[in-house]
Design a protein around this ligand. Sequence first.
Ligand code: ADP
Ligand code: TPP
Ligand code: MG
Ligand code: MG
Ligand code: MG
Length: 330
Amino acid sequence: MEDEFAFISNITPKRSYQKTLVRGIGDDAAVYSGTQNMDEVVCVDTMVEGVHFRRDTLSPFQIGKKGLAINISDLAAMGAVPTYYLVSIAVPAAWTEGELTDLYKGMDELAKKYQMDLIGGDTVSTKDALVLTVTAIGIVEKGRARFRDQARAGDRLFVTGYVGSSAAGLDLLFEKSLDGVFTEQEQSLVKAHQEPKPHIEEGRLLATSSKRIALNDVSDGVASEAHELAESSGVRIVIEAGALPIHEAMEKYSRQRQIDLALFGGEDFVLIGTAQEEDVKQLQVIFHKKGLRFQVIGFVEEGEPSVWLKEEGQLKKIEKHGYNHFQKRG
Ligand SMILES: Nc1ncnc2c1ncn2[C@@H]1O[C@H](COP(=O)(O)OP(=O)(O)O)[C@@H](O)[C@H]1O
Ligand SMILES: Cc1ncc(C[n+]2csc(CCOP(=O)(O)OP(=O)(O)O)c2C)c(N)n1
Ligand SMILES: [Mg+2]
Ligand SMILES: [Mg+2]
Ligand SMILES: [Mg+2]
């Protein structure tokens, strides 16, 4: 990059979607007005070169797109509608302005889909790895945000999509790299890793059509997210191995590997939650009508906060070893 200021001017949006926007990029801070009867929802997640992606696993366009997607996913897990985002980027010298423009194009593609306005950020240089931090903002009807502490004994545990696909795709990318030759089946796993689709529509259905729902998104793996639900709610969660929705492209993998990828792989960015049995029946009908996936994968019991895997009648306690930045993968 030659000039920070010219770059900022290039990535400044020429249009805006949100009516509440008062002042976007170009001042000391952005200003937007609150919406009546809505709560504001805000989250931030970072992607680091070498940790969340490598130059041979994601293209610049995909880095941008995924950087925004993982944040939209956290909004989805709260039941929110996305509105705004801010981008902080630390750029090493090796990155060209063209690559950075592509990265922003990736974000812009998703922003357009969800009508989100880019309203600010920060651009700095760094020594070796690119760091992309996105802050996402959304709104949800007052009292409707979905929390992790709402699971109760007797609830069913559900997910809104395939689990394990992203980690399987990442393994394929490690094996063959970005421009490797993939079969059609492998390609669907690789795509799941590179361009996860945030489950906003699913989150909105869960926020608006039912009563009590605990909700989280799958960034670190089903086991880790189930632990978060169990710990927040003070319950015991049982996952039924046979019910985990595994993509058909993983059929040729051993059963053990499929389950490991689903439980400990992560980055699927589907939603995982719990709801009462009678609400689950309604939700299954609603999701089915919209062509969306809603799969019951277990249940909630009273007991010490813990997660168990039920496989062929046997119960096995599973530890919280999903993705953890400061631990070796178990
Ligand atoms: N360095 C930090 N400073 C303050 N809050 C943090 C920090 N890291 C994580 N959090 C908060 O801890 C909670 C869990 O974070 P995280 O596991 O990253 O959530 P998620 O998996 O949904 O992205 C969130 O409320 C997040 O905002
Ligand atoms: C090059 C590379 N190595 C490893 C991974 C796997 N990986 C990196 S971070 C992560 C978990 C999700 O990231 P995190 O920052 O914990 O997301 P959050 O829970 O905060 O949403 C996984 C599975 C990857 N995507 N790319
Ligand atoms: Mg996070
Ligand atoms: Mg989350
Ligand atoms: Mg997250």
